[in-house]
Ligand binder design. Structure first.
Ligand code: FMN
Length: 311
């Protein structure tokens, strides 16, 4: 009942792990798949290794967390080993196990179209899709939202990758822009197969009133968790009207009701990140179970029927 397709790739259900949470090793991503996710998005990785920021990188705030991990990455050469160990569809089919339609999406980043292209060209046969992170709100100068806040830079990165890979490409957008439609249309025009919205919001800051300094080592970080959900829903709703390509909704999902809202707004699939810190990995099976019950009660026969229902 939850089976669906995203950019032509079959998925057992619409729940994906969001980038940056439990996505640094194949072992943790396989646990997420075993727990019921239809697919995983890796932690974003780059051409060269990057240490990221020093701790503390995460602080709890009302309604979620702020984080400034700083795009820590082992570099593509090392990370390829992890990608090859993710138990996605093709691998399990070969080994004869019945684990269909579980997918792996590689989240990649860089500072130039060439850097994105280099990373993408190294991993095409190890994953089912690529997600371009051009939206990190606490990245180093020239990375992350510096790209995704500019329609031309967005076009150039998407275009470079699309010209060189055969797997579908999702472009992940930042909410921290004046006009997200302009950026999304630029990505679509450059050939993006889908749009992921939203990366974390802000950035924001929390100050330790005893020490008298910002808690995060980087001082500021992106806000995620339940507080950002209404903003994500609005962006999905608006972009559904403007785009011809599918949308993957992310931001503050914690319950099956949240997933229904995202589907109704126009998401074809969703990603879950921060809520795993509150609910544990059971969140995937619980939401799947409750989603099926909801669909039966309301008479929906497929996820597809729910996508964009609120329009
Ligand atoms: C600790 C942490 C690390 C993250 N790292 C990444 C990352 O590497 N790449 C990326 O595109 N998004 C990253 N994100 C953003 C999430 O993928 C997601 O877009 C955001 O957290 C909103 O979803 P949520 O409220 O379900 O967490 C990170 C978020 C958190 C909390």
């Amino acid at each position: 009942m939850l089976n669906m397709e995203l950019c032509g790739i079959k998925l057992e259900n619409p729940l994906l792990l969001a980038a940056g949470i439990l996505g640094t090793t194949a072992a943790s991503m396989n646990r997420v798949l075993d727990a019921g996710a239809g697919g995983v998005v890796t932690k974003s990785f780059s051409k060269e290794p990057n240490k990221g920021y020093n701790n503390p990188t995460i602080a709890e705030v009302e309604g979620g967390i702020i984080n400034a991990v700083g795009l820590s990455s082992p570099g593509v050469e090392l990370f390829k080993e992890e990608l090859s160990l993710i138990n996605r569809e093709r691998k399990t089919e070969k080994s004869g196990k019945n684990n269909p339609n579980k997918i792996a999406i590689a989240s990649i980043y860089g500072s130039t179209p060439d850097e994105f292209n280099y990373v993408a060209s190294k991993i095409g046969d190890l994953i089912d899709m690529i997600e371009l992170n051009i939206s990190c709100p606490h990245a180093m100068v020239g990375y992350g939202s510096a790209i995704g806040q500019c329609p031309d830079n967005t076009f150039d990165v998407v275009n470079a990758v699309k010209n060189n890979v055969s797997v579908p490409v999702l472009t992940k957008l930042t909410p921290n822009v004046t006009d997200i439609k302009e950026i999304a249309l630029s990505a679509q025009e450059a050939g993006s197969d889908g749009i992921t919205v939203i990366n974390s919001l802000g950035p924001g800051m929390k100050i330790d009133i005893n020490a008298g300094v910002p808690i995060l080592k980087n001082k500021f970080g992106g806000l995620s968790g339940p507080a950002i959900k209404p903003i994500a829903i609005k962006y999905v709703y608006d972009l559904y009207e403007d785009l011809d390509i599918p949308i993957v909704g992310v931001g503050g999902i914690r319950t099956f009701e949240d997933v229904v809202e995202f589907l109704y707004a126009g998401s074809s699939a969703v990603q879950i990140g921060t809520a795993i810190m509150y609910e544990g990995l059971e969140i995937f099976s619980q939401i799947n179970h409750n989603l099926i019950k909801f669909m039966e009660d309301k008479g929906f026969k497929s996820i597809d029927e729910m996508v964009g229902y609120a329009h």
